[in-house]
Write a protein that binds this ligand. Structure first.
Ligand SMILES: CC(=O)N[C@H]1[C@@H](OP(=O)(O)OP(=O)(O)OC[C@H]2O[C@@H](n3ccc(=O)[nH]c3=O)[C@H](O)[C@@H]2O)O[C@H](CO)[C@@H](O)[C@@H]1O[C@H](C)C(=O)N[C@@H](C)C(=O)N[C@H](CCC(=O)N[C@@H](CCC[C@@H](N)C(=O)O)C(=O)O)C(=O)O
Ligand SMILES: Nc1ncnc2c1ncn2[C@@H]1O[C@H](COP(=O)(O)OP(=O)(O)OP(=O)(O)O)[C@@H](O)[C@H]1O
Ligand SMILES: C[C@@H](N)C(=O)N[C@H](C)C(=O)O
Length: 426
């Protein structure tokens, strides 16, 4: 079936679902293949549960006319998403980077929603499946779209751009994330810049944090990039501190108290502010959106439990974000004992050993009490801190050794699930 024909069916049934356990009446089920299941096997069940159509790529599962056989279901999903996106003549902003994509996207979503009917990536749906699903979720009356793009190898962002066809975009920052897949930091820089390769060809606009030397250098490729972060830029903000939450002021001396922890979040705020100004959202509305945004899902959350205060930052970890978190944590003013609980950083490839050792050195240089969890950290064990080979061992220790009256930073890669320590902190 041609994409245009399928698109007509989608317009009648604009609800795409990829999990037969979550079927909604009148949706279209796309039978994807995964590590454990072949979605084709659930095509019939999806129809029985109320799906209008099932899109399959194995003929033997064609149980009725409502099963639409295509060459490859994933590619079909991607093409349909690109086709849908191309029906819109609106600003589509692509967001990529090593750290802070979701946070920046969420703040910016709040900012742009003050003026426009904005559609944005939900959660972290940022890959070759998530971006197409995000696009297909975009209602026809959308006025502005914000599409998050994640990557862990070269060539991924340019593919995502082909589906999303952005006309605006920015890179939050480029750090030492996912080096296993990129091969090196330099390759990561090249990979992230694919968003700019696309925008240049599409005659699009890049927003550039002028305080970031790598991004500023990349800006030279654009005729008219939109800079922010410099005192001469049209959207300049002044950082007034983060103790623990960021406070800033704008050019009119309006002081804004946010609910965002960590000096590193200031660049995320600046980006959202810049795009808000560029797209002519009222100043007060921008500040209102930023000040009301509260991070969730283990991303720099501030919690109090018993006598402890906790910076829960256990969503992910790489050397750049751990270093930023340690810098920030060391500067917190508190009467409490400061303790960092760091879990292994994943997907770092060749730089893994040296970077785990470096994070230990940074924490100890800053004179912080420190607990390290995971075999990557334990490989560099010293007697100046505590080391636990696994999360279970750490949890068993915390169960019998209560932490009290402490300010605790918890940060580790997703697979470490370090948020589980919360149950034992107060
Ligand atoms: C294909 C799929 O949807 N996978 C999800 C599935 O995992 P799995 O691969 O094990 O699939 P299964 O074998 O279980 O199932 C295959 C399909 O069959 C369906 N099905 C199964 C049983 C049944 O009874 N009925 C059925 O219909 C089933 O629904 C499948 O469609 O389940 C996992 C657990 O829920 C999901 O996690 C998995 O989702 C995959 C990972 C996915 O890519 N989801 C996207 C929507 C997405 O965007 N997910 C984001 C995470 C994105 C991410 O990791 N981003 C990275 C950077 C990008 C790296 C990129 N190269 C990459 O590898 O992804 C980042 O750092 O940000 C999210 O979920 O947050
Ligand atoms: N600008 C930044 N610089 C450094 N670290 C940051 C920055 N913004 C956020 N972080 C760190 O990254 C963590 C995850 O934030 P967020 O989910 O917004 O990033 P992300 O890029 O979307 O991550 P992922 O690629 O895993 O989806 C935060 O909890 C914080 O520790
Ligand atoms: C959670 C996923 N998007 C990610 O960032 N993975 C890295 C390896 C992590 O969890 O630290």
């Amino acid at each position: 079936m041609q994409i245009e024909q399928l698109y007509q069916k989608y317009l009648e049934h604009p609800n795409v679902i990829t999990d037969s356990r979550k079927i909604e009446e009148g949706c279209i089920f796309f039978a994807l293949k995964g590590a454990s299941f072949n979605g084709n096997e659930f095509a019939k069940e999806a129809l029985e549960k109320g799906a209008a159509y099932s899109i399959i790529d194995e003929e033997k599962y064609k149980s009725s006319d409502k099963c639409i056989l295509v060459e490859n279901v994933l590619e079909c999903l991607q093409k349909l998403a690109a086709h849908h996106r191309n029906q819109f003549d609106i600003p589509v902003v692509a967001v990529t980077g090593s750290n802070g994509k979701t946070t920046t996207k969420e703040i910016l979503f709040q900012v742009l929603s003050k003026k426009y009917k904005t559609h944005a990536t939900k959660g972290n749906f940022n890959n070759h499946i998530g971006v197409p699903l995000t696009l297909l979720d975009m209602p026809l009356d959308t006025e502005m779209a914000l599409i998050e793009m994640g990557d862990n190898h070269v060539g991924e962002v340019i593919e995502l751009c082909k589906y999303a066809n952005p006309n605006y975009g920015f890179i939050t920052n480029i750090g030492k994330d996912h080096i296993e897949g990129f091969g090196s930091f330099e390759a990561n820089v090249r990979a992230k810049s694919e968003i700019f390769d696309f925008l240049i060809k599409a005659n699009g606009t890049a927003f550039i944090n002028s305080q970031d030397p790598i991004l500023k250098n990349m800006a030279r490729r654009f005729e008219k990039p939109i800079f922010y972060g410099d005192e001469y830029d049209f959207s300049n903000l002044t950082f007034l501190g983060a103790s623990p939450f960021i406070k800033y002021k704008d050019r009119q001396e309006t002081v804004v108290q946010t609910q965002l922890l960590g000096a590193y979040n200031f660049e995320n705020i600046q980006t959202a502010f810049c795009l808000g100004k560029y797209f002519e959202v009222e100043n007060n509305d921008i500040h209102d959106a930023i000040s009301n945004y509260i991070p969730d899902n283990n991303r720099s959350q501030f919690l109090e439990k018993g006598s402890n205060a906790i910076v829960l930052d256990a969503y992910n970890a790489n050397p750049s974000s751990v270093e930023a978190a340690l810098e920030n944590f060391a500067q917190f003013e508190t009467e409490k004992t400061k303790l960092v609980i760091l879990g292994d950083m994943f997907e770092l490839g060749d730089i893994s050993a040296e970077e785990h050792k470096r994070m230990i050195d940074i924490a100890l240089e800053k004179d912080l009490d420190a607990i390290f969890c995971g075999e990557r950290y334990t490989a560099h064990k010293t007697d100046k801190a505590q080391f636990f080979e696994s999360r279970d061992r750490l949890l068993a220790y915390l169960k019998n050794n209560k932490i009290e009256n402490s300010l605790v930073l918890v940060k580790g890669s997703r697979s470490m699930k370090l948020e589980e320590v919360l149950d034992y902190l107060g």
